[in-house]
Design a protein around this ligand. Structure first.
Ligand code: NDP
Length: 286
């Protein structure tokens, strides 16, 4: 790593009081403290207008000590989210959502890559899963996860199929995948009949289960989960049914798989943004 002479700075904007967003933001601020990134939190009221948020973002864009700006989604209904995200300076867009960064990714130029997709690639690389020449199937085509994951896999020379709610015979298409990425938002939807035996399965989904019947469908007989469900009334589940772990070659857990990597990549992007803004981009960060 090249020294840039000062701590990278992160500004987190959390509008209103969405409990899940508050948990995510706490995790991000804690991680930045742990790695030595300077962070500031802005908490506009639930009633904040688009104009108010635009002026906050513009003031953060203009500050030299702030390298990364994170606007926690979702924003309240009255706010034009696209307009707010478009206003973030692409050089400080550590979520990688700005069209400039989307374009840089699709043309394989150095830029800021969305954190969850970057985390998926990091898991594959660090687990020594071959990517080039492999069949990769991504279920989900959101701008935040599915599309950028597909683009990163394509850039790494996988043969990529992207599926969505209109895909015909989804299980058969998924079964082609040597690598199967589930980013759907439907608990346990990917059952064993979707998976090629021995495939690498990356479960991006985070779903909160509070319905007892749904809990039974996914976790019956799992004592640890049953205890947690009894104590809290809900548990987290991925998009992949736990039965898949019996026949996958490798699989990420939920919680504890892609989620922590998302935060790690956010830290990485903040450091990367600080370096890029000062012309210190090391080749390994490109
Ligand atoms: P979106 O709701 O934006 O996208 C879901 C995608 O899944 C859409 O493309 C949709 O298709 C597709 N889909 C929905 N139902 C089906 C179906 N029955 N068959 C096939 N495809 C279907 O979700 P996100 O991409 O934002 O998030 C996906 C999951 O990942 C969620 O559980 C979310 O909580 C989790 N997540 C986890 C993160 C982490 O850090 N681990 C970070 C971000 C998200 P269509 O386009 O046709 O509607």
């Amino acid at each position: 790593m090249t020294a840039v002479g000062r701590r990278p700075g992160l500004a987190v904007v959390l509008v209103g009081h969405n409990p899940a967003s508050e948990v995510y933001v706490r995790g991000k601020v804690k991680a930045s403290e742990e790695v030595g990134i300077y962070s500031e939190q802005y908490t506009p009221a639930e009633t904040a207008t688009t104009t108010e948020l635009l002026s906050l973002i513009e003031s953060l864009n203009g500050r030299d000590d702030i390298d990364g700006i994170l606007v926690q989604l979702p924003l309240p209904a009255q706010v034009d989210s696209k307009k707010v995200l478009m206003t973030v300076d692409p050089a400080k867009d550590i979520d990688g959502f700005h069209p400039v960064n989307v374009g840089l990714l699709s043309t394989q130029r150095p830029g800021l890559v969305p954190c969850t997709p970057a985390g998926v690639m990091e898991i594959l690389r660090r687990s020594n899963i071959p990517i080039a020449g492999q069949e990769a199937v991504v279920v989900g085509r959101s701008d935040i996860v599915g599309k950028p994951v597909a683009m990163l896999l394509l850039n790494a020379n996988a043969t990529v199929t992207v599926c969505h709610s209109k895909t015909r015979d989804l299980p058969a298409v998924c079964q082609r995948g040597d690598i199967l990425v589930a980013a759907i938002g439907r608990a346990g939807m990917i059952t064993r009949d979707f998976v090629k035996p021995g495939a690498t399965v990356i479960d991006v989904g985070i779903n909160r289960i509070s319905d007892p019947a749904e809990f039974q469908r996914l976790f019956a007989g799992n004592e640890k989960r049953e205890e947690a469900f009894r104590a809290k009334g809900s548990v987290l589940a991925g998009d992949v049914h736990p039965e898949v772990s019996e026949m996958a070659g490798a699989i990420t857990p939920v919680p504890g798989g892609v989620g922590p990597l998302t935060i790690a990549m956010l830290m990485y992007n903040t450091v990367k943004a600080a370096k890029m803004r000062r012309g210190f981009l090391a080749p390994e960060l490109a």
